[in-house]
Design a protein around this ligand. Structure first.
Ligand SMILES: O=C(O)c1ccc(O)c(O)c1
Ligand SMILES: [Mg+2]
Length: 601
């Protein structure tokens, strides 16, 4: 599989983009005409740079507004084309992308379109150039890949083929199975992009919201399978127009982009039964093993966990690390960190094959973490997620010997606790990368996303989970000007009221929920007075849907982390989305009271 990326995906000048693509390990690039026009370097210099970096120039793009025009307009099109073909010769590029006409087309006639594309192809042939014709989703007359293929067949030139772009096909809801009817040798190029499912005009959706494969709502593995079944053997090239990636560090974005292609290739091979074992598609995790909180002094966390009813399981025998558990929910407090501010710094997962999971994540570009372990200590395979969060794998319960490395804890175990979800917040520049990491390295599935209004702006929440719901990681996108949101660990228990009562009796202060919230609950759900009083008195939040109920509460925030206790009744699958704005507002009110709030924006 040859990997390629369009320069339009990245920020920076053309040479910076090329260096980033090469550093990430791409085989080739699509050079955007506009990037070349704006570059200081000549086409010859860009050609030499690509050669030095080992990057193939897979395609030059785009050339626009060719077919369906009057003879007079077309004469000028050929003049424009001659000039661009001369540039391509200097660049050493021999494939050009022609977008279906979105602007100057005035004549809806396939015979004319085929004649004009044929004439363009003949001009290109004199320079040894091939043309890939791409149906744009918003093309004036040609906007369906099957239509572009009919025209290419009609024109019947050896150097004229089509370019398929997953966005243009899937955004319109066109059936991609027809791709298999196309002669694979005539698919000259393949562009890949995912996108969130949005209800908006195609052009804006395409120009601003495309995503790398695995980050949106399109079935890219299914799409690619059709293209490969047609016999396509060219590069897999990413073409992602996205406002965020135009601003982020091109080196990091290029690494992120390559990870999406590896994920896609794995998924597609897997669907064909060609997975290569340990490096192939990871099986989703079976559970969250533990969550790690690190900070220089975690005494406040110890106190809070004790108040909540966690059991102290002891100190690690060789490190300043402590273990607490609530049933099967384990929290590791790590005081090796120099940073004063406690933070959620790692998550352990239970998988079938821990080494395979780590190897696979490393192959997807994640850095391995090597930790000092002493004789007899379990060495959990681990990597660092792109944001630096540690990810550990173990094959528990058969293999949870690390727990026995903690000494001096109390015995006995409450049995009803488990980690329900771990909520991670990101800024705009890291959000899509985090979603892709969860989809690829953690083998989690994307659930629909929600938007939550908070006092500092809108928070987008994208839940990544296993299909069985045993592992759930809501990934939140913070408003652009807000500080990085706190992360939180949600513990599921059988009786959240009992936990709340006990924690209050032990002196734990909860996040303060406004009285107005309970008036609104009464209005919304018609709860009886006793139920409402219990919620109000204990400071609990409540939600209900067609399948069940959800009762939960939040602790105060310690540094950058807080806890939530939840009780799910019946088949309730959500996270109390209607309560999230209450939580965000209450957390801000708490910051205001403590004088650490900053400005609202
Ligand atoms: O939005 C565009 O103009 C544009 C240009 C080239 C492409 O390959 C494409 O898919 C879209
Ligand atoms: Mg395209």
């Amino acid at each position: 599989m040859r990997t390629s990326i369009a320069t339009v995906c990245l920020s920076g000048g053309l040479t910076e983009k090329l260096h980033a693509c090469a550093a990430a390990g791409f085989d080739g690039v699509e050079i955007m005409d506009a990037d070349l026009v704006a570059a200081d370097e000549s086409p010859e210099e860009i050609r030499a740079l690509c050669a030095r970096l080992g990057l193939g120039i897979e395609m030059f793009q785009p050339f626009r507004d060719v077919e369906g025009v009057t003879d007079e307009v077309f004469a000028d099109t050929l003049r424009r084309a001659s000039a661009k073909f001369a540039t391509m010769a200097r660049l050493g590029a021999d494939l050009v992308l022609v977008c279906s006409n979105v602007a100057t087309a005035t004549i809806d006639d396939d015979e004319l379109a085929a004649r004009q594309l044929g004439a363009l192809a003949d001009l290109a042939a004199e320079k040894g150039i091939r043309i890939a014709y791409e149906a744009m989703a918003w093309g004036t007359y040609v906007n369906d890949y099957r239509h572009s293929w009919r025209i290419v067949e009609k024109a019947d030139r050896p150097n004229l083929g089509i370019c398929l772009d997953s966005f243009h096909i899937l955004s319109r809801g066109d059936d991609p199975t027809g791709i298999e009817q196309i002669d694979g040798d005539k698919i000259f190029f393949l562009q890949l992009a995912d996108a969130p499912v949005l209800d908006m005009d195609l052009l804006s959706w395409s120009r601003h919201h495309r995503l790398f494969p695995g980050e949106g709502g399109f079935d890219l593995p299914g799409f690619l399978a059709h293209v490969l079944a047609a016999g396509y053997g060219g590069p897999l090239s990413l073409e992602v127009f996205n406002d965020t990636f135009r601003q982020t560090d091109p080196v990091r974005t290029a690494e992120h982009a390559l990870r999406s292609l590896l994920w896609l290739a794995d998924r597609t091979a897997h669907a064909h039964g060609e997975g290569d074992g340990d490096a192939g598609v990871a099986r989703p995790p079976r559970a969250v093993d533990f969550v790690e909180i690190a900070g220089a002094d975690l005494a406040v966390a110890d106190e809070m966990l004790a108040q909540l009813g966690f059991r102290f399981r002891g100190r690690h025998r060789s490190k300043p690390v402590r273990l607490w558990s609530y049933g099967d929910a384990r929290i590791v407090l790590d005081e090796q960190a120099r940073d004063e501010r406690p933070a959620l710094t790692g998550i352990g997962f239970v998988v079938d094959d821990a080494d395979a999971a780590a190897t696979r994540a490393a192959r997807l570009g994640a850095r391995r973490i090597f930790r000092r372990t002493y004789a007899g200590e379990q060495d959990l395979p681990a990597v660092s997620a792109p944001d630096g969060t540690g990810v550990y794998w173990s094959a528990a319960p058969e293999d949870r010997s690390w727990v026995a490395e903690f000494e001096g804890g109390v015995g006995g175990e409450s049995t009803d606790g488990v980690i329900d979800h771990v909520n991670l917040g990101y800024h705009w520049s890291e959000f899509d990368e985090a979603v892709l990491f969860a989809a690829s390295a953690l083998a989690l599935t994307t659930e629909s996303s929600a938007e939550v209004p908070g006092p500092r702006g809108l928070v987008r929440s994208q839940v990544m989970r296993t299909r069985d719901g045993v592992v759930r990681i809501p990934i939140n996108l913070a408003p652009p000007t807000a500080p990085l949101p706190s992360r939180h660990i949600a513990i599921r228990c059988d009786d959240v009221s009992a936990v709340a009562r006990r924690a209050r009796a032990a002196g734990l202060e909860f996040l303060r929920i406004p009285a107005n919230y309970y008036d609104d609950l009464a209005a919304r759900f018609g709860l009886d007075d006793a139920a409402l009083d219990e919620l109000r008195n204990l400071g609990l939040l409540y939600d209900r849907d067609g399948s069940g109920e959800f009762v939960h509460f939040y602790t105060p925030t310690i540094g950058g982390v807080f806890l939530e206790f939840v009780e799910r009744r019946g088949g309730y699958e959500g996270y109390g989305a209607l309560n999230a704005p209450i939580r965000l507002a209450a957390q801000r009110n708490e910051e205001v009271r403590r004088g650490v709030a900053g400005s609202p924006a």
